[in-house]
Design a protein around this ligand. Structure first.
Ligand code: AMP
Length: 290
């Protein structure tokens, strides 16, 4: 690559679209296949990994940035959610996307909006129990995005493992043809899963936050040493979390990876997961064991 094209690659910016009409026109002219990466912005290397995967697999890559009010069950969490459009657009471009849709609330939810998409039992445990209404907000907005983009593939992070299962279920149930692609969790060097909310941690909370990863790895080590009792693995995770006084566990789970119901005994894999509060900031992480 010569110097000029290197410079161009570094400074490349995606086309920014605002309205549904602009989105439609851009996608009508787009080369197929189209890959969609839905985000709420405050982009980090985890989001970039989704965009890069889409870039490798699709002729056109579109990222959406929308802090979806319907999926926040706490108004304060919505208000404090980090927003930085200029740096997000640069990150989207550097990761290789062609288009970025940054709609207003009225572009996503037109006047008179009165539809809600609800997925059943899968949304009841874990995040669904801790955050009432959260998944209805997620599935409603993702159904809108999948409908508007009619993408061939949509890329989601394993970081939000329950969200991934719920979106897959919805796409299957509603006959949405978009392939739902799962992407691995990207972590900081100390093991903390990257999250837009990490920026809200105080230095002391940030220093303590890798305890989620340590707790998950302790349970994984127990499993690898032959432990098959679900409660024993949940206890192993709680014991590690208890070593960090700033960490207040919301839930700790060892669940069936398909139904997300808590397991008494593991005989066909499990999803270890947890949500932990550090003051007002709530972090989640998970580890599948097979
Ligand atoms: P969000 O902006 O938090 O709604 O996330 C948008 C997408 O990025 C979701 O599919 C997330 O699962 C995914 N994502 C967020 N953090 C990570 C991470 N650390 N590694 C991989 N994917 C992530």
């Amino acid at each position: 690559m010569d110097e000029a094209s290197t410079t161009e690659a570094v400074t490349r910016l995606p086309r920014v679209l605002r309205t549904r009409a602009e989105l439609r026109a851009a996608l009508d002219a787009a080369r197929q296949p189209v890959g969609l990466v839905p985000t709420m912005g405050a982009l980090h290397a985890g989001h970039a990994s989704l965009i890069q995967r889409a870039r490798r697999e699709c002729a056109t890559v579109i990222v959406t940035i929308f802090v979806n009010p319907k999926q926040f069950n706490e108004a304060a969490d919505f208000e404090r959610y980090p927003r930085n459009e200029a740096s997000d657009v640069a990150t989207v471009g550097a990761a290789g996307a062609d288009l970025v849709w940054i709609p207003s609330v009225a572009d996503v939810y037109p006047a008179g909006f009165q539809t809600s998409v609800h997925v059943g039992a899968l949304t009841e445990p874990l995040e669904g129990a801790a955050r009432p209404g959260h998944f209805d907000g997620v599935t409603t907005v993702v159904a809108i995005l999948l409908g508007l983009a009619s993408a061939d593939a949509a890329y989601f992070g394993q970081k939000d493992a329950q969200q991934l299962l719920v979106v897959r279920r919805m796409a299957l149930d509603l006959g949405i043809g978009t392939e739902i692609v799962a992407c691995p969790i990207v972590r900081e060097a100390d093991g903390l899963a990257m999250s837009s909310r990490n920026a809200l941690l105080t230095p002391e909370q940030r220093a303590a936050a890798p305890v989620l990863r340590r707790a998950l790895l302790a349970a994984r080590a127990g499993y690898e040493a032959g432990e098959r009792d679900g409660e024993a693995l949940r206890t192993a995770m709680r014991d590690v979390l208890a070593e960090a006084p700033l960490a207040e566990p919301d839930y700790v789970s060892c669940a069936d990876p398909a139904t997300l119901l808590e397991l008494r005994r593991i005989d066909g894999g499990a999803l270890l997961s947890m949500a932990v509060r550090f003051g007002p900031v709530r972090l989640i992480d998970n580890e599948p064991i097979a």
